[in-house]
Every structure is written in structure tokens, then in C-alpha cells.
Design a protein around this ligand. Structure first.
Ligand code: HEM
Ligand code: HEM
Length: 211
């Protein structure tokens, strides 16, 4: 018996052929989020370049807005798309039971077993309707990073009106670091995530067509 077959329901209960894996609301909010995130990252990098927190700048080719004021306009425009779309996704994820069914529980033992299986090339991707422990961890993690980046963003956008929120992060300067670190976590996730989508192309097809 292989490691994954000891706990991965994918090998016990395969989804019926042709069943919907990602309902329309997941696909629509997912792809809107991709657009919003790309605009937020590109404009965020331009904002960062105007007054870097660390001794480096992002290459101009990867930034959006042309200069600080242009980047801020993009950032504050796409933030509405990001927040409204994110609220719809999280509300439906909770209300439909999708998060409960697909993203929890995350057991450390399973994360370790799946990590070992992944590194030895034995992690099953047979049933796309069931996430392995690493997928659960990463998806839940990026949803939490999304919440942190929105809250820290609000704290540095309106530090006077949102004093309590800024204080929660340890003040304006600390909130700026939190905002940056959440961006780094999201970018790190996206790099691995996009590589995996192309390594397992049927997962990409399912996120487009639903099946
Ligand atoms: C509601 C959502 C968001 C709000 C209200 C917001 C707000 C802000 C504000 C006000 C700044 C300027 C800080 C300053 O003047 O130094 C900023 C910077 C930045 N934002 Fe956002 N942001 C949001 C979401 C995001 C997202 C989703 C990303 C990327 C994934 C992002 C990445 C960045 C980066 C990299 C910076 C530059 C960091 C710095 O040097 O301080 N933001 N954001
Ligand atoms: C071009 C960029 C992207 C591509 C090609 C892509 C592709 C995919 C694919 C194929 C899936 C389903 C994979 C699976 O079965 O595990 C998926 C799910 C997911 N993606 Fe992406 N993605 C992209 C960007 C992003 C970004 C920027 C985020 C968030 C910051 C994100 C968050 C998620 C989440 C949370 C799920 C799970 C959704 C659910 O089941 O409710 N993705 N993505």
C-alpha cells in the first residue's frame, strides 16, 4: 500500500466521470481574482519602488502605473474588484460548505506524508475533486494571506480613520511591513501554484470548464 492510498480518499472514492469539479462561482471569482491580484502586485511594486523598505527595487518591466501617482490610482481602483470579488468567494465558500468539505481538516501527519510523496513523485492527482493535504494548506494559507493583505492595506490607506486596525498591526510602519510580507507570501504561492497548474494540465482545464 502506498503512502497516499492510506489516507487519500481520491483512491477510494473517485468522482463520477463528467461531474462538476469547480462550480461556476468558483471559476468566475478565481479568474477575476487573478486579474485583480496581477494589478495589485504590479502597482504595489511601483509604489514600493518610490520608497523601498529593503535595499532593492523591482524591475520596471514588472511594475504598473509608470510612477507613484499612477500606481496608486491602479492600486486603489483594483482594490475594489479584489475586495468585492474576495467577499463573494469567501461568503459562498462558507455558505455552500465548500471550504468545510475541501479545505479542512488539515492533519500535520498527512501534510508530511503528502510532502514526502510529492518529493518522490508519487503524489496522486487522479481525482481533482479532492485536494491533498498540501493543496489544502496552501489554499487556506493564501486565503488567510489575502485577508491579512486587505486589512493591512486598509490600515496604511487610512491610518487615521482606521487607527485601531493600524494599532492591531503595531502601528503604520509595522503594517507596511506586514503588507509587504503578505505580498511576498502571495507571490511565492502563485509561482508554485502556476507551475503546478501546468504540471497537471487537467487541473487547469477543470478551473476553466468546470470539469
Ligand atoms: C484592500 C486592499 C489593499 C489596500 C487598501 C492597499 C493599500 C495600499 C497602500 C495605501 C499602499 C501605500 C503604502 C505607502 O504609501 O507606502 C500600498 C502599498 C503596497 N501594496 Fe497594497 N493594498 C491592498 C492590497 C494589496 C495587494 C492584494 C497586494 C499584492 C498582492 C498589495 C501590494 C502592495 C505593495 C507591494 C505595496 C508597496 C509596499 C510598500 O512599500 O509599502 N496591496 N497598498
Ligand atoms: C495565472 C495564474 C493562475 C492559474 C493558472 C491558476 C490555476 C488554478 C487551478 C488550475 C486551480 C485548480 C487546481 C487544483 O485542482 O488544485 C486553482 C485553484 C485555486 N487557485 Fe489558482 N491560479 C492562478 C492564480 C491564482 C491566484 C493569484 C490566487 C490567489 C492569490 C489563486 C488561488 C487559488 C485558490 C484559493 C484555489 C482553490 C479554489 C477552490 O477550490 O475554492 N490562484 N488555480
Amino acid at each position: 500500500m502506498t503512502i497516499e492510498s492510506t489516507h487519500n480518499p481520491a483512491l477510494i472514492r473517485a468522482a463520477p466521470a463528467g461531474a462538476v469539479i469547480h462550480p461556476a462561482w468558483v471559476r468566475v471569482t478565481h479568474w477575476i481574482n487573478v486579474v485583480a491580484m496581477l494589478v495589485m502586485i504590479g502597482s504595489g511594486w511601483e509604489i514600493y519602488n518610490a520608497s523601498p523598505l529593503f535595499p532593492f527595487r523591482f524591475p520596471r518591466e514588472f511594475t504598473l502605473g509608470g510612477w507613484l501617482a499612477g500606481a496608486l490610482l491602479w492600486h486603489f481602483a483594483a482594490m475594489w474588484l479584489l475586495v468585492v470579488n474576495g467577499l463573494v468567494y469567501v461568503a459562498l465558500g462558507l455558505a455552500t460548505g465548500r471550504f468545510r468539505r475541501k479545505l479542512v481538516p488539515i492533519r500535520p501527519r498527512e501534510v508530511l506524508a503528502d510532502a514526502k510523496a510529492a518529493f518522490t513523485g508519487r503524489l496522486a492527482h487522479d481525482d481533482l475533486s479532492v485536494y491533498n493535504a498540501i493543496q489544502k494548506l496552501l489554499y487556506l494559507g493564501v486565503i488567510l494571506a489575502g485577508i491579512v493583505i486587505v486589512l493591512s492595506g486598509l490600515a496604511i490607506w487610512k491610518p487615521i480613520q482606521m487607527q485601531e486596525l493600524a494599532a492591531l498591526f503595531g502601528g503604520y510602519d509595522a503594517a507596511r511591513y506586514v503588507h509587504f510580507l503578505a505580498m511576498a507570501a502571495i507571490v511565492g504561492f502563485v509561482v508554485i501554484h502556476v507551475v503546478m497548474a501546468f504540471v497537471v494540465p487537467k487541473s487547469l482545464r477543470a478551473m476553466i470548464t468546470g470539469r
